[in-house]
Design a protein around this ligand. Structure first.
Ligand code: IMP
Ligand code: MG
Length: 184
């Protein structure tokens, strides 16, 4: 895989800006969830860095769980309506205050189907926290209760977001230069 610098068109959100916003979201969530019953659900794998950092800024007691989904029939960079759970939660979410933590809401299909599925398990509440919102691409109507940043319709990577599974570790969000990218 190429060095990230060779596929980076521009840094869209730098590390300092990201961390400041994540801290703000953590403070907001801490205000809103005084129940002591908060469960953060991370959607693997993109939500990991965001959820870890966010959790450190949440000052109320809370739990964490993880799930993974994939969509069939789609290319590796797009999802469609057919979302399938590949790794289910370990915990029972009934009567918990569930907050779904996602890296990005793009078409909205992923969040829409996860919300639909989790609702049937009767959580006390169910909300969405997304670091990035690419609203221009939306196909399914989904609520975003906590939004980090609205971004333009560009393919981005870093801070959990991948380019063919690489670069999730980068501390910033960058735009991919698809002209320069050479898939193996
Ligand atoms: P949606 O179902 O179309 O909303 O897509 C959500 C998923 O697509 C995210 O969880 C990401 O894994 C992936 N995705 C969407 N846009 C990007 C992007 O710009 N970079 C990396 N991954 C993306
Ligand atoms: Mg993802």
């Amino acid at each position: 895989m190429q060095d990230y610098k060779d596929v980076l068109a521009e840094i869209l959100i730098d590390e300092k800006t990201l961390q400041k916003r994540v801290a703000e979201l953590g403070a907001e969530i801490s205000e809103d969830y005084q129940s002591g019953n908060l469960l953060l659900i991370c959607i693997l794998r993109g939500g990991v860095p965001f959820m870890v950092d966010l959790s450190r800024h949440i000052t109320v007691p809370h739990m964490m769980d993880f799930m993974a989904v994939s969509s069939y029939g789609a290319g590796s960079r797009e999802s469609n309506g057919n979302v399938r759970v590949t790794l289910d939660l370990q915990m029972n979410i009934k009567d918990k205050d569930v907050l779904l933590v996602e890296d990005i809401v793009d078409s909205g299909h992923t969040i829409a189907s996860v919300l639909g599925m989790l609702e049937t398990r009767q959580p006390a509440s169910l909300k969405v926290c997304a670091l990035l919102d690419k609203a221009e691409r939306r196909e399914a109507v989904v609520p975003i209760h906590y939004r980090g940043f609205s971004i333009p319709n560009k393919f981005v990577f870093g801070y959990g977001l991948d380019l063919d599974e690489y670069y999730r570790n980068l501390p910033f969000v960058g735009v991919v230069d698809l002209q320069k990218y050479r898939p193996d």
